[in-house]
Design a binder for this molecule. Structure first.
Ligand SMILES: C[S@@+](CC[C@H](N)C(=O)[O-])C[C@H]1O[C@@H](n2cnc3c(N)ncnc32)[C@H](O)[C@@H]1O
Ligand code: SF4
Length: 370
């Protein structure tokens, strides 16, 4: 069983902080892109899948007709009867009752909505095109359309934001009672308007905000199951958890990553080129057939690299951890013993887990195993 990720690299407008691969929505280009995605998906007709994630970019920017065409095709190509989680990412301004109704009818059972900030002035600062009222109505429609598994994406550590303001905003978000929360510290990415305008962030304040979130969310019944993710019990994301378990998945769409038969790959991130190559695809192929012409990067994951990745990813899952059997080389064993001694890692039967007090220095810890 595989996961299926589909990338929709279109947005109405680029946010000032974002360097994810996406371009401005254009109806003609998106029509062609949807056709290309369908051709690409057809290559995997015989694969069994158990989760789908349609992300972006902004998947909800697609028109009702484009969405319907894509979802209908997925339904025809794949047997969706064993898909237990089907997530769709929404931006508040492009959410509508009709789109949500369509998603529901095609089996989408989890939504991820990008709120990003609570105050309108912070949303403006981030270059978002929605305001808090638009988010409230999108969320309200989603609940009215009976979506009972919703994630909210939120960022913290915005310039000038204080820990007190963050705590107040987080408590406001808790009033929505979403099943899942993803919280990300604002990072300044090269080439973004924030980078070009020398916007700064403060690591120490971001750390205090993270600690505050850990405390507030624990006392409100959320399980902290991954470094940046909290969920009500049993609402942890199945699809995303499988990335962290290092399971294989199909990646469809320009710029999307995938991982199949021990090969990690990245599709061409030029939309016109992606469309052109997809138009040449024929029949059902294995990953190593025609599909490789769609890839711009691929890497074979041999046993040693697999174990290193499994450690790096597994340690992100705070309650599951990484399998102790992956720490089998002399070097990894030595580092593991050091980390157990200085208590940055803990062992629980076969699971090696990150100690809660050291989550914020996760990157420094995993670097030791690379
Ligand atoms: C690629 S975005 C797609 C989600 C959706 N398009 C939206 O805008 O809400 C995934 C998430 O990554 C986070 N993100 C993107 N750029 C970031 C940055 N520079 N710093 C922190 N978080 C970021 C945001 O929270 C965003 O919701
Ligand atoms: S944060 Fe979302 S809406 Fe904003 S540019 Fe990135 S992908 Fe597009």
């Amino acid at each position: 069983m595989l996961g299926l990720y589909i990338h929709i690299p279109f947005c109405k407008q680029k946010c000032y902080y974002c360097d994810f691969f996406s371009v401005k929505y254009d109806v003609v280009l998106v029509n062609k892109y949807v056709d290309a995605l369908i051709k690409h998906a057809s290559q995997f007709r015989n694969q069994k899948i158990n989760s789908i994630y349609i992300g972006g970019g902004t998947p909800s920017v697609l028109s009702l007709r484009q969405l319907e065409k894509l979802l209908q095709a997925l339904n025809n190509i794949f047997d969706l009867s064993e898909v237990c989680e089907f997530t769709f990412e929404l931006n508040p301004e492009s959410t509508s009752r009709e789109k949500l109704c369509l998603l529901k009818n095609f089996g989408v059972n989890r939504l991820s909505i990008g709120l990003q900030a609570v105050e309108d002035k912070s949303l403006k600062f981030l270059g978002r095109i929605h305001d808090s009222q638009t988010f409230c109505s999108a969320y309200d429609i989603a609940r009215k359309e009976s979506f009972d598994n919703i994630n909210i994406d939120l960022m913290y550590g915005l310039s000038n934001q204080t820990v007190k303001e963050w705590e107040r905003d987080l408590k406001r978000v808790l009033l929505f009672n979403s099943e899942h929360l993803s919280l990300y510290p604002l990072s300044i990415e090269e080439g973004t308007p924030f980078y070009l305008n020398s916007v700064t962030i403060n690591d120490n304040i971001q750390r205090d905000m993270y600690d505050k979130a850990v405390e507030v969310l624990a006392s409100n019944g959320y399980v902290h199951y991954e470094i940046s993710n909290w969920a009500k019990r049993g609402r942890e994301s199945f699809h995303n958890s499988n990335y962290w378990r290092n399971f294989e998945y199909i990646g469809l769409g320009a710029g999307a990553a995938g991982y199949l038969i021990k090969i990690r790959y990245k599709n061409i991130d030029d939309i016109e080129k992606y469309i052109a190559v997809c138009s040449l695809l024929k029949g059902v192929q294995s990953r190593c057939g025609n599909v490789s012409s769609l890839e711009m990067e691929s890497e074979y994951i041999g046993d040693e690299l697999y174990k290193t990745e499994k450690i790096m990813l597994g340690l992100r899952l705070l309650n599951e951890g990484a399998d102790v059997n992956c720490f089998n080389s002399l070097e990894r064993q030595t580092v593991l013993l050091e980390c157990l001694k200085d208590k940055t890692l803990e062992q629980n039967n076969d699971a090696i887990k990150l100690s809660k007090e050291f989550i914020f220095v996760f990157n420094q810890i995993v670097l030791k195993f690379m």
